[in-house]
Structures are given as structure tokens and as C-alpha cells.
Design a protein around this ligand. Structure first.
Ligand code: KE4
Length: 430
């Protein structure tokens, strides 16, 4: 495949945008080469600036669960735009999408909309600190909750990719209040709680990690966190920016049967427009301004176009819950095919999967936390795999620290083409 125009556009972009991109992981730094510039997308397919058609397994990093340019979402945004694009005043649609989200997700009475997953997680932690009166938080190495200072302490996603787990610009003062635990290691969490007894406001985690590749929780991990939080007066925050409205109507809480105290959302909830949200039971959410003392605000929060896209997306998922099992089945089919192709070519690998989240790791040991994910990502195998798949028209995340996202627009033929491409790519790695 030829990427001449993308490369030319990238050269231009780098003159006026830092690194030529508006989010680092798009820059292909982890895999080398120039990023692909997309012109348009429809269903499961991307059409790039060199007129290549690519099967998309990134789906805008999760939002495009129904596929790109889904008719209901597009028409909702077009119709809404004709009536104005932003008011900075309450609108009925915000109440409608809030009520719909509350009806779909267990354990929440109220939800506050913001403009990104970062804002949602940042606000959720501030709310937890305000509600409990405590300062410290526990996060997990390799989990990514957006780029606010408190989280850039061995974050996942792009932060890991660049090997800068503690970003410059994050002060010692901030870092001291973020305690780092190993994912899937309950004993380590208990040890940290004992060391900081009475000082911890919340534990925040991705209930299914998607920023170290896909890493499901081991049996008992989430349940154990729930028990520790109950025993020590700590709030449990599920960062469901990826898993929310993807793993099930009620996200990971529903699928895995563990209750969080605060849940954050992004990606799918906005239908591809900039939306984040955080939600909890009344006694916690009523601590938020203007009702309570914890301040949080946003000019474009609840923006009518974003709410229209999100409402169309959530309504579709609410009306057609079979979509969740459909994308999970597609992901299982893909898993089996990829596994067979890699085994046929004696490629050392492990594949992690849960629901419609899946990732391929070139590692002989199971990938269950930051360290094992990092070991698996070392070496050139992933880079070779990525570029070989791209050359065959399969667009997976340009980093070993990301999960693939399966959308409902993928056909069996698309999946078979992906499996065949993997069979060819694995010859290159073996
Ligand atoms: P945003 O601020 O990017 O909307 O959301 C931050 C965030 C929070 N929590 C989780 C679990 C997330 O995965 C994310 C963002 N995900 C990355 C992809 N791994 C976004 C891609 C990017 O940074 O460009």
C-alpha cells in the first residue's frame, strides 16, 4: 500500500502542530513510520488520503462501536446543528440522555457530563477527595485515566508507549498523593492501604484494563478491591471510559457483577463527539457544585451536538442489547482465527480478550499487569506485525499498549480477511 499523501500531510502537520498530531499515540512513534491520514470512514472501513481502504480495529479508540458514520448518529447531529451548536444553558436533551444513562447503568442515581474521559476521571477523583476528606489515591501501573497530573504516574496508553511513565511537568507535590499498585495484585493494594491508613480517598482502575493491551481482572481481584474499600472507607472508582456501554448496557459493573462507588465514561457515550461523564449514587453526586461544595464546570459540557450523538448511540444500544453479544461473538471468532494463524507459524504469543476488547502480545508468559505487558512489548515483533497487517489493509492500534476494538459493522468476511492477514504477517515474525 502507498502512503505518499499521508506522509506529505504529516510533514505539513508537523510545521504547525506539535509532533504533527493532536494526540501522541496517533503519531506511530511506537511502531515507526508516518501516521496514516484518514479522509473519511463508513461502517468498519477507513478511507485514507491515498485512497487505501482499511479495516478499522481502532474505531476512534472505542467510540465507533456501531461502525463509522452510523446513520442515526449522523442524522441526529445534522438535525441538532440546524437549531444551534452551543448555548451554555440547560437543555431538555441533557436530561433525556442523563436519564437514559442512569437507566442503563447499575448503581448510579445522577450523572454529570463533561468533554473528555480525562475530565471525567479528574473530576471523579476530586469528588472522591471532597466527599471523603482524604488526599491520597491509589491507581495501577499501566492503567490510563487521561492526562491530568494525578494520573501521569506510570500511566498506560501513550504515556507508557513513550517510556515516560512520570511526565515532566507533574510536580512532586502532586505525585506524592498518587500511590501506585500492581494490577491484579490484591496483596499489594492491601499493603499500600496499611501503609497509608486513613489517608486514601479512592482506588481508581480500569475494571478491564485496555491501556496495557487488554488485561482482564483475575478472578477475585475486583471483588477483593470492593471488600477493601468497604473495610477502609475508600471509594472505588471504575474508569469505564473504554468498557462503559461496550461490555454491556451497564458496562463492567453489569458484566462482572461488582459495584463501584463512582463510574466514569467517555468514548461510546458521546457517539464520537467529545463527551465524558462521571456518575454515582445521590449522596456522592449531591456533593458536586452547584448543590454541594466540590467545584467542577465546563463551557461545552452537555453540548447539544455531542448530546445528540450520544443519545442516538445510547438509544441504539439500549434498544438493541443483542449488539453486545454480537460484537463479543465476533471477537471470539477473531481470537480463534488469530490464535490458529500464529500457532501455525510457531509464533510465541498470548491473546487477551474480554467482550469486544482483544489484544495480541508476543510473549510466552501471560500478560496480566504492567511488567508483563512491557516485557511482551519489548523487541520488534509487534512493530513488524503492525506494519505487515497495515500493508494488507488491516488497521490495528499503533502500539502494543492498546486494545483492539471490535465494532458491530465488521462482517465475517472482514474477520476472515484479518485472520488471513495475520497468517501472512506471522510468517514475517516467526
Ligand atoms: P480522553 O481524555 O482521551 O477522552 O480519555 C482518557 C481515558 C480515560 N480512561 C481510559 C480507560 C482511557 O482509555 C482513556 C483514553 N484512551 C486512549 C486510548 N487508549 C485515548 C487515545 C489517545 O490518547 O489519543
Amino acid at each position: 500500500m502507498i502512503y505518499k499523501r499521508s506522509s506529505a500531510l504529516f510533514a505539513e502537520a508537523q510545521k504547525v502542530i506539535p509532533g504533527g498530531v493532536n494526540s501522541p499515540v496517533r503519531a506511530f512513534k511506537a511502531v515507526g513510520g508516518d501516521p496514516i491520514f484518514v479522509k473519511e470512514a463508513k461502517g468498519a472501513y477507513l478511507y485514507d488520503e491515498d485512497d487505501n481502504m482499511l479495516i478499522d480495529y481502532i474505531n476512534s479508540w472505542g467510540p465507533m462501536i456501531l461502525g463509522h458514520a452510523q446513520a442515526d448518529v449522523v442524522s441526529a447531529v445534522i438535525e441538532k446543528a440546524k437549531k444551534g451548536t452551543s448555548f451554555g444553558m440547560p437543555t431538555e436533551l441533557e436530561t433525556e440522555i442523563a436519564a437514559l444513562a442512569v437507566s442503563m447503568v447499575p448503581n448510579i442515581d445522577k450523572i454529570r457530563f463533561v468533554n473528555s474521559g480525562t475530565e471525567a476521571c479528574m473530576s471523579a477523583v476530586r469528588l472522591a477527595r471532597g466527599f471523603t476528606g482524604k488526599d491520597k489515591i491509589i491507581k495501577f501501573a499501566g492503567c490510563y485515566h487521561g492526562h491530568s497530573d494525578a494520573f501521569l504516574i506510570q500511566a498506560g496508553s501513550g504515556a507508557i508507549t513513550f517510556g515516560t511513565p512520570n511526565s515532566p511537568g507533574v510536580t512532586e507535590g502532586t505525585a506524592k498523593d498518587t500511590l501506585l499498585a500492581r494490577y491484579n495484585d490484591l496483596a499489594h493494594v492491601e499493603e499500600i492501604i496499611t501503609q497509608h491508613k486513613g489517608d486514601i480517598a479512592c482506588i481508581i482502575l480500569e475494571p478491564v484494563a485496555g491501556n496495557m493491551g487488554c488485561i482482564p481482572p483475575v478472578a477475585g481481584f475486583l471483588e477483593g478491591l470492593r471488600k477493601l474499600c468497604d473495610a477502609h472507607g475508600i471509594l472505588l472508582i471504575f474508569d469505564e471510559v473504554m468498557t462503559g456501554f461496550r461490555l454491556a448496557k451497564g458496562g463492567a459493573q453489569e458484566l462482572l457483577g461488582v459495584d463501584a462507588d463512582i463510574v466514569t465514561f467517555g468514548k461510546v457515550i458521546g457517539g464520537g463527539l467529545p463527551v465524558g461523564a462521571f456518575a454515582a449514587r445521590n449522596e456522592i453526586m449531591d456533593f458536586l457544585a452547584p448543590q454541594g461544595p466540590v467545584y467542577q464546570a465546563g463551557t461545552l459540557s452537555g453540548n447539544p451536538l455531542a448530546m445528540a450523538a450520544g443519545y442516538a448511540m445510547l438509544s441504539t444500544l439500549n434498544d438493541r442489547p443483542e449488539i453486545f453479544s454480537s460484537i463479543a461473538e465476533k471477537t471470539e471468532y477473531l481470537h480463534q482465527g488469530l490464535e490458529q494463524a500464529l500457532i501455525e507459524n510457531s509464533v510465541t504469543h498470548t491473546i487477551n480478550r474480554l467482550g469486544s476488547m482483544i489484544s495480541v502480545h508476543f510473549s510466552e508468559t501471560p500478560v496480566r499487569d504492567f511488567d508483563t505487558a512491557t516485557n511482551a512489548a519489548s523487541g520488534d515483533a509487534f512493530k513488524k506485525f503492525f506494519h505487515n497487517m497495515l500493508g494488507q489493509g488491516i488497521y490495528i492500534a499503533p502500539s502494543a499498549y492498546e486494545t483492539w476494538f471490535i465494532c458491530d459493522a465488521l462482517s465475517r468476511e472482514d474477520l476472515d480477511k484479518t485472520i488471513e492477514a495475520c497468517r501472512k504477517a506471522s510468517k514475517d515474525i516467526a
